[in-house]
Design a protein around this ligand. Sequence first.
Ligand SMILES: [Zn+2]
Length: 282
Amino acid sequence: MSFSSLIGGHVSVAGGIEKSVERAVKEGFDGMQVFVSPPRSFKPNIYSPEQIDSFRLQYDLANMRFLVQHAIYLLNLSARDEDLWRASIDSIVGYMLLGDQMGSVGTVVHVGSKMGDESLVRAAEGIREILAQTPESQCFIIENAASRARIGGEVLDIIRLYELVNNTRLKVCLDTQHIFAAGLELANATVCGRWIEQFDNEIGSDQIVCLHVNDSKTGCGSGADRHENILVGKIGEAGFKNFLLHPKMKNIPIILEVPGSDPKHKGPDRENKERLEELLRI
Ligand SMILES: [Zn+2]
């Protein structure tokens, strides 16, 4: 049995989106994830039609097979503050409009902070607005969170958003580091398998657009969002195998969001990709 899934990574768009493909090619990635503007700012980047055309041409020439954007970090779709809430919606709408031009599947979002069901209702209202303002080609992809104080820290949050938003363009991205930090013992095959079966029954593994595969600097249940290079952190070989080789998780595109083997932490690299491939070869 071989592992046939696609492995890509998060790459920088420094210098323009058209510069990102060559970075993915250099690391041997089959797919890519990008921020299309600085993630710690609400200021959007403006790209010319020529830059977008150049991106698409290079993407096709490189035989890339998967593209998503990752939304900025500052947003909070459950914010009570009207200005922050509105800025969050506008930022994601901007990402999805650009995603339609770039040919992406959609935008992966850390939805926001959580203080009870009220936060989920507020976030769902924002997501509905976003979906109403954006092209059919684009999915709003909820990423599970490392902490229970964030929306997506529990599967129940995702189930509730599905109920409230009720739109087929709502999808999910599962991050191995976040699942582990939120308390799932990935190394325990029974516990891990049960979690996946439950996810599949309640949401559906077909709803998962991609997996963020990252090791964890912090222990199981730490609640901290701290990514580490593959097999350097706390998840361990058994943890990755139990999760990624489960029949419901196989063949889902993988995006690496690891710091990178270079001490300057330049991001996901060939070394991490190869280590993951080796790990999943059985
Ligand atoms: Zn992630």
